[in-house]
Design a protein around this ligand. Structure first.
Ligand SMILES: *Cc1c(COP(=O)(O)O)cnc(C)c1O
Ligand code: SF4
Length: 346
């Protein structure tokens, strides 16, 4: 395969990953959220496995046409906090800047599926200037998070310009990049890209990955290039039904991150984006999985399980909770599930 990315359903059908008689219905699905899978991710799919965890993430399904009452177009309330085009400021000390809305792959469960895939979401020079001006005039902004879309899809030169502009704003001390590119389109992490990310201020790269199979040899090399250059990496994953919602897969994913020098950061409860019910797991199951991780694996393997509260109220840890109290008498559960008393004497 010469092509690096597949964007049409027929080619996916030719590979046997969807049935021909489904094509018509799936056209409707991809009109909503486009289809895009990199060759790298296609190669990581086992076509013999009807439940392949990579295929499930990127190959459109007719389930996306079923909407539920609680699902919305803006599940985490981004729109409510968009201050100028492409700049979302919800918490006092940090804001998001979304220079592009396109990604090399489209995750079928994407929480920003209403805006991603649309190249009209790419910020022009003038729009970026408005974003920089907003940040400049808000000294409380200590951290800027580049997200999207996938910011690492930008040409290194443009990324460099954006990062240098942020670097020049004195109160911005931390720059963070949310990306899936090191695992889905690893060749984009080249020396030019790494150079663009190397500035005086700390630039953190947060990698979105959901299954250990995403860590192909190329992916491992790309992450190593970033970390070897002194760029700290953390992880984000989404808890996804029949993809990573079991202890073996989830623990193997967390260990894979650590083996690649990526510290597990967040495990997201899947957001209420339209047509994503088939990906969601109950909070109770999420808590049980987190408890099982805590009971078996190194503290380094523990991500924080978070929910982005619908309506734009922000992310918050959703347990499980190991402590209960009456006055200052605490009941605390240990990693094996046994209860202990702790009397707070202060
Ligand atoms: C997720 C998010 C952040 C980052 O939150 P952290 O908890 O610091 O990772 C910042 N702003 C917005 C609007 C977000 O959605
Ligand atoms: S990489 Fe992120 S923004 Fe892009 S489709 Fe996946 S979840 Fe959405």
């Amino acid at each position: 395969m010469k092509q690096t990315t597949i964007r049409n359903l027929k080619e996916i059908a030719e590979l046997g990953l969807i049935k021909l008689d489904e094509l018509e219905r799936l056209e409707k699905v991809v009109n909503h959220l486009p289809l895009s899978v990199t060759n790298q991710m296609l190669q990581a799919i086992n076509p013999e496995d009807p439940n392949d965890p990579i295929a499930k993430q990127f190959i459109p399904s007719a389930n996306e046409l079923s909407l539920t009452a609680e699902e919305t177009k803006d599940p985490i309330g981004d729109h409510l906090h968009e201050k100028v085009k492409g700049l979302i400021h919800r918490y006092p000390d940090r804001c998001l800047l979304t220079p592009v809305h396109v990604c090399p792959v489209y995750c079928r469960f994407c929480f920003r599926k209403e805006v991603v895939g649309n190249s009209s979401g790419t910020m022009s020079d003038l729009e970026l200037e408005d974003g920089f001006a907003y940040i400049q005039s808000h000294p409380e902004i200590w951290e800027v998070i580049l997200t999207g879309g996938d910011p690492l899809i930008l040409k290194p030169q443009r990324l460099k310009m954006i990062i240098e502009r942020l670097n020049a704003i004195p109160h911005v001390e931390i720059i963070r990049i949310h990306t899936r590119i090191p695992v889905v389109d690893s060749k984009r992490i080249n020396s030019e890209m790494v150079t663009a990310l190397k500035i005086k201020k700390p630039v953190y790269v947060l990698l979105h990955a959901n299954h250990p199979n995403e860590f192909t040899d190329e992916a491992i090399r790309a992450c190593a290039m970033l970390v070897d250059a002194g760029i700290p990496m953390l992880s984000q994953s989404v808890l996804l039904k029949d993809i990573n919602d079991n202890v073996d897969t989830l623990s193997s994913l967390m260990k894979t991150f650590l083996k690649n020098r990526i510290k597990p950061y967040y495990l997201h409860h899947a957001d209420l984006a339209e047509g994503t019910k088939h990906f969601r797991v109950s909070i109770q199951k999420g808590q049980e999985l987190m408890q099982a991780l805590r009971g078996k694996f190194s503290g380094m393997c523990q991500p924080t399980y978070v929910l982005d509260i619908p309506g734009g109220y922000g992310k918050i840890p959703i347990g499980p909770c190991y402590i209960n109290s009456t006055n200052n008498n605490y009941q605390i559960e240990d990693y094996l599930g046994k209860l202990h008393h702790y009397m707070d004497s202060l």
